[in-house]
Design a protein around this ligand. Structure first.
Ligand code: FAD
Ligand code: THG
Length: 811
C-alpha cells in the first residue's frame, strides 16, 4: 500500500483520509498548517447548506453521497447533518419555469423533490412573504452540514484505522525525483510519500504552481451575515439543533438563508466579484479572524439586505450583527478539479470542492488513486478538461468571475460565454460572417450554429414544415437549422469541421500503440480509416475516435477533447510521437447526395464509390490545393471530410463554395449537424456516453474486436455482465415536442432514465433524443419525458432511425 500525504485538513482532506483508510490504505498522513479541526480554511466557517440538485449528474451524485455519509457520522458535539430539507423559491415567472427544469434534474438524477405552491412554501417556511412567492422546489433530503464536525468525525475514523493528522505543519514545497513525488517539504524536513494529494482549498493553486501545474481556480470573497434575534424564531430551535426550517434559496436575488437558533444567516452572491489577491491574506491561523475571512464590506451588502427583508419581512426588526467576507474557490465552469498531475506522478488534486460535494469527490478520488478509475464518470471535473486557450491567467480570472456572477442565474443549456470570444477561428471564419453565421463558442472556437444566408431556403423546400418552439427552446436556435439539415439530406452542404480535435501519431511504435490503446483493429492498409474506442481498464468508454493510416508509421486521429490527448500522452511509449495538429490544419465536411458531383470535377483522382470506398482516406489535390480526404460522415451522408493546412483553408472554402454554386451548395451549422448525427444513431462522447458506460451499453459493441490481442479494457469486457441500462433512441409522438437534454424519462409513473441529447429530425418531422433506459424496455415501447413540467410521449425506436441500410452513405 502506498504512503500517502494529504495537504489540508478541511472537509476534503479529512473526507479523503476516511475514504482512503476505508479502502485499506492505512499509511495516510494529513498535514495542515492550522489547528485541528477549525483550521482557518473555508471549511471552518462554511454555513454548510447542502442543496443537492445540480444540472450536472456527477455533481448531484457527489452531493447525494455526501448527504448519505454525513447523516451517519457520529460526533460527540452533536449532529454533522441536519436534514431540514431544501426550499428554492421562485419570485419571477422565468425562475418558476426553471424550477420545473430543476425538478426534472432531481428526478433524473435520483433526488426526491417536488414543486410546491406559494402556500405550501409559506407552510414550510413561515417567515416568507407569500405575496412575493410564485412557488417553490422542495427537496426533503437536503439540509445543513456542520462542516467542522463532519471533518472531525471523518478524521477520527481515519485515525482509528491508522491515519495520522499533523496540525501546525505547513507544506512549503513538494519533493520529487525523476518525475515522481517523493514527499512534502516542511520546516522540519521532508515528509516522505509515494502519493501527495493537494486538498489545500483555495491555497491549492499556489502549491500546484510550484510543481508546474496550472489549477484554474480563483479565490473569491463571498458575503455571509448573521442577523440579531428574529422575533418569530425565538423559542423555535434548541441551541443543539440550531435549525428546523428548510434551508432557503432566493436565487432571483442571489441569496440563501439558514437559521442559527433564533437568528438568520444570509449568504449573498449579489455583489461585485471580489477576487482575492493571495499575497494580501493573513498567514495567521490561530487568531480570531481566520486567513479565509476578510472584513465585511457593508456597502456591498446593502442591496442584499433590502432583498432579504423584502422576502422575509420579520428581518426588518433586526439588523446584521456578525458578518464577514469569506473566501472560497471559483473555477471557469463552476466545477471541481480532480486528477493526477501528468508530469509528476503521484501528485493529485481535489480542489474547488464545496462542502456539498466533498464526500463524493473524496470517494471518487480514493477510487481513482487505488483502483485506477473512479466508479462514476468525473470527466466534467477532470483537471485536464481545459483547452490551452482556457489556461491563461486572464481567461481563468475572467471566466471564474463570470461563474461567480452567474452562480444563481437561470442558465440556458445552449447559452455560451460572451466574454473572451473570437480566440479560435477557422480559416473559413470571414466567409461564415459574410453568410450571417450565428456563432456558438465551444473549446474556444467560434462555431456557426446556423447561417442567416439560408433564411430563404425553407421556402425552396416543398412540404417542409418548420417546427415552432416555445420561448425557452427557441433561444440560441433558429428554424433555419431545420432547412439546413433537410438540404443536406437532399442536396449538398458544407460544414466547418475545423474544431474537431485531431492528432498526428507517428513513429515506429505507432501502430502497436494504437492497437493496444483502442478496441478496433487499426493495423490495416495505408489509406484505411477505422472507428474505434478508447477504454479505461474497467472497460468504460473514455472516447470514440477515427484512426486514419496516412503512412506505415503515421496515423491521423480524430478525437473528442483534451482528455484524449491527456490519456494518450500518459500511455505514450518512447518510440511514438503525439502531436495536436488541430490549430495548424482545417477541415470542411462536404456532405449530401450531390457531394460527389461537386468535388469530382476538382480532383485528379477517381472519387467513385469503387475507387474511393467508404471509410477510406486519400491524399490528393482539389484544383491546386493539397488535401487529405476522408470518406467519413458524422451526418450520415455521401461525402468527405476534406483536410488541409490552415494556410490553404480560405482558398479551399472558396473553391468548394464556388464549385458548388450550380449544385445549390449551402454552408450549414452545428444545429443541423447535431440533428443529422442523432438521426443516424451516432453518439457524442461526453453527452451521450462517458467512461461510466461499457461499449455494449452505449451501443458501440460493433467497434470492439475481442479477437484482437490485448488492449486496454479487454479483460474487463471479458468479465462483464450484460448491461442493465442501454442508450436508446426515442422519437416523440407530437411533432411540436422539443427536449434539450437531461430531462427525466418515465415508463408509466416511474422515472427510469434520462435524456442525453436531442435534435429535431427533418427526415421524420419529429424530435429524436437519446436516453439511458433499462435494457428491458423494448423497441416500440412508449415512454414519456418531462420537459419543464410538460409531459411528452415518445416511442423507443430501433436504431438508427434514419437510413439503417446505409444506402445514403454507400453509393
Ligand atoms: P479548506 O477548508 O480551505 O481546507 C484547506 C486546508 O488546507 C486548510 O485547512 C488550510 O489550512 C490547509 N492548507 C492550505 N495550504 C497549506 C499548506 N501549504 N500546508 C498545510 N496546509 C495547508 N459550501 C457549501 O457546500 N455550502 C455552503 O453553504 C457554503 N457556504 C459557504 C459560505 C462561505 C462564506 C464560504 C467562504 C464558503 C462556503 N462554502 C459552502 C464553500 C466551502 O466552504 C468550501 O468550498 C469548502 O469548505 C472547501 O473545503 P476544502 O477542504 O477544499 O478547503
Ligand atoms: N470525424 C472524425 N473523427 C471523429 C469524429 C468525426 N472523431 C470523434 C468523433 N467524431 C467520433 N464519432 C464518430 C461516430 C460515428 C462515426 C464516426 C465518428 C461513423 N460511424 C459509422 C457507423 O457507425 O456506421 C462507421 C462505423 C464503422 O465503419 O466502423 O461514421 O466526425 N474524423
Amino acid at each position: 500500500m502506498p504512503k500517502i500525504v494529504v495537504i489540508g485538513a478541511g472537509i476534503v482532506g479529512t473526507s479523503l483520509a476516511d475514504e482512503l483508510t476505508a479502502r485499506g490504505c492505512a499509511d495516510v498522513t494529513v498535514v495542515d498548517r492550522g489547528p485541528l479541526f477549525a483550521t482557518g480554511g473555508s471549511t471552518s466557517h462554511a454555513p454548510g447548506l447542502v442543496f443537492q440538485t445540480n444540472p450536472s449528474r456527477t455533481m448531484t451524485a457527489f452531493a447525494r453521497y455526501t448527504v448519505e455519509k454525513f447523516r451517519t457520522l457520529d460526533h460527540p458535539g452533536g449532529w454533522a447533518f441536519n436534514p431540514v430539507g431544501g426550499l428554492e423559491i421562485a419570485t419571477t415567472p422565468e425562475r418558476w419555469a426553471d424550477l420545473h427544469r430543476k425538478a426534472g434534474w432531481a428526478q433524473a438524477w435520483g433526488i426526491r423533490g417536488e414543486l410546491i405552491t406559494a402556500d405550501e412554501c409559506v407552510a414550510l417556511h413561515p417567515l416568507l412573504d407569500k405575496d412575493r412567492v410564485l412557488g417553490g422546489f422542495h427537496t426533503p433530503t437536503d439540509g445543513l452540514a456542520k462542516a467542522v464536525r463532519a471533518a472531525e468525525a471523518q478524521a477520527r475514523r481515519a485515525m482509528a484505522r491508522g491515519a495520522t493528522f499533523l496540525a501546525g505543519t505547513e507544506v512549503l514545497g513538494i519533493a520529487d525525483h525523476a518525475g515522481r513525488v517523493t514527499g512534502v517539504r516542511t520546516a522540519d524536513g521532508v515528509l516522505p510519500a509515494d502519493i501527495v494529494v493537494c486538498a489545500a482549498g483555495f491555497w491549492g493553486a499556489q502549491l500546484a504552481r510550484q510543481v508546474g501545474l496550472v489549477l484554474p481556480l480563483v479565490p473569491m470573497a463571498h458575503q455571509y451575515a448573521k442577523t440579531g434575534q428574529v422575533a418569530p424564531l425565538v423559542g423555535r430551535n434548541t441551541e443543539a439543533l440550531e435549525a428546523g426550517l428548510p434551508i432557503l434559496r432566493h436565487q432571483d436575488a442571489d441569496l440563501y438563508f439558514r437559521e442559527h437558533v433564533d437568528r438568520i444567516g444570509i449568504g449573498s452572491y449579489a455583489h461585485r466579484p471580489m477576487p482575492v489577491e493571495m499575497a494580501t491574506l493573513s498567514a495567521d491561523t490561530a487568531g480570531e479572524t481566520m486567513p479565509s475571512m476578510l472584513p465585511f464590506t457593508d456597502e456591498d451588502f446593502a442591496p442584499a439586505w433590502a432583498e432579504a427583508t423584502a422576502l422575509l419581512p420579520a428581518l426588518d426588526d433586526s439588523k446584521v450583527e456578525e458578518a464577514f467576507n469569506g473566501i472560497f474557490s471559483f473555477t471557469p465552469d463552476g466545477l471541481s478539479l480532480m486528477g493526477e498531475h501528468r508530469e509528476l506522478s503521484g501528485f493529485w488534486v481535489a480542489e474547488a470542492v464545496w462542502v456539498t460535494h466533498s464526500a463524493g469527490v473524496a470517494k471518487a478520488t480514493a477510487e481513482w488513486i487505488i483502483d485506477g478509475a473512479p466508479s462514476i464518470d468525473v470527466h466534467e471535473c477532470d483537471l485536464y478538461r481545459f483547452e490551452d486557450v482556457a489556461r491563461s491567467p486572464k481567461f481563468i480570472a475572467q471566466t471564474s468571475s463570470q461563474a461567480f456572477v452567474e452562480v444563481y442565474d437561470v442558465i440556458h443549456p445552449h447559452q455560451y460565454r460572451t466574454a473572451l470570444r473570437g480566440l479560435r477561428t477557422s480559416p473559413f471564419h470571414a466567409r461564415h460572417r459574410e453568410l450571417g453565421a450565428f456563432f456558438y463558442e465551444g473549446g474556444g472556437w467560434e462555431r456557426p450554429a446556423w447561417f442567416e444566408a439560408n433564411a430563404a431556403l425553407a421556402e425552396r423546400i416543398d412540404g417542409l414544415d418548420l417546427p415552432r418552439r416555445d420561448e425557452w427552446s427557441a433561444r440560441f436556435w433558429s428554424p433555419i437549422s431545420v432547412a439546413e439539415a433537410h438540404w443536406t439530406r437532399h442536396r449538398v452542404a458544407m460544414y466547418d469541421m475545423t474544431p474537431l480535435t485531431r492528432y498526428e501519431i507517428a513513429g515506429p511504435g505507432a501502430a502497436a500503440f494504437l492497437q493496444r490503446m483502442t478496441t478496433n483493429n487499426v493495423d490495416k492498409s495505408v489509406g484505411s480509416v477505422t472507428y474505434t474506442l478508447l477504454l479505461d481498464h474497467t472497460g468504460g468508454v473514455r472516447s470514440d475516435l477515427t484512426v486514419t493510416r496516412l503512412a506505415d508509421t503515421t496515423f491521423q486521429v480524430g478525437a473528442n477533447s483534451p482528455l484524449d490527448f491527456d490519456w494518450l500522452t500518459r500511455h505514450l511509449p518512447p518510440d511514438v510521437t503525439l502531436r495536436d495538429i488541430t490549430g495548424g490544419t482545417c477541415c470542411v465536411g462536404v456532405w449530401g447526395p450531390l457531394a460527389r458531383d461537386l468535388v469530382q470535377p476538382l480532383c485528379p483522382d477517381d472519387l467513385s464509390h469503387n475507387a474511393f470506398p467508404y471509410f477510406r482516406a486519400l491524399h490528393t489535390h482539389l484544383d491546386a490545393l493539397p488535401v487529405t480526404m476522408l470518406r467519413v460522415s458524422y451526418v450520415g451522408e455521401l461525402g468527405w471530410e476534406i483536410y488541409t493546412e490552415a494556410q490553404y483553408g480560405a482558398a479551399l472554402w472558396d473553391l468548394l463554395f464556388e464549385a458548388g454554386r450550380d449544385h445549390g451548395v449551402i454552408a450549414a451549422g452545428r444545429i443541423a449537424f447535431n440533428s443529422l448525427r442523432i438521426e443516424k444513431g451516432y453518439r457524442s462522447w461526453g453527452a451521450d456516453v462517458t467512461a461510466e458506460h461499457s461499449p455494449a451499453a452505449a451501443g458501440l459493441g460493433f467497434a470492439v474486436r475481442m479477437a484482437k490481442d490485448d488492449f486496454v479494457g479487454k479483460t474487463a469486457l471479458e468479465a462483464a455482465e450484460p448491461p442493465l441500462n442501454t442508450l436508446r433512441s426515442i422519437v416523440f409522438d407530437d411533432p411540436a415536442a422539443v427536449v434539450l437534454g437531461k430531462e427525466p424519462v418515465y415508463v408509466g409513473a416511474e422515472c427510469v432514465g434520462y435524456v442525453t441529447s436531442a435534435g429535431y429530425s427533418p427526415t421524420v418531422g419529429r424530435t429524436i433524443a437519446y436516453a439511458w433506459l433499462p435494457t428491458a424496455v423494448a423497441d416500440g415501447d412508449t415512454v414519456s419525458v418531462d420537459y419543464r413540467g410538460t409531459r411528452h410521449t415518445a416511442a423507443v425506436h430501433p436504431e438508427p432511425v434514419v437510413d439503417p441500410e446505409m444506402a445514403r452513405i454507400r453509393r
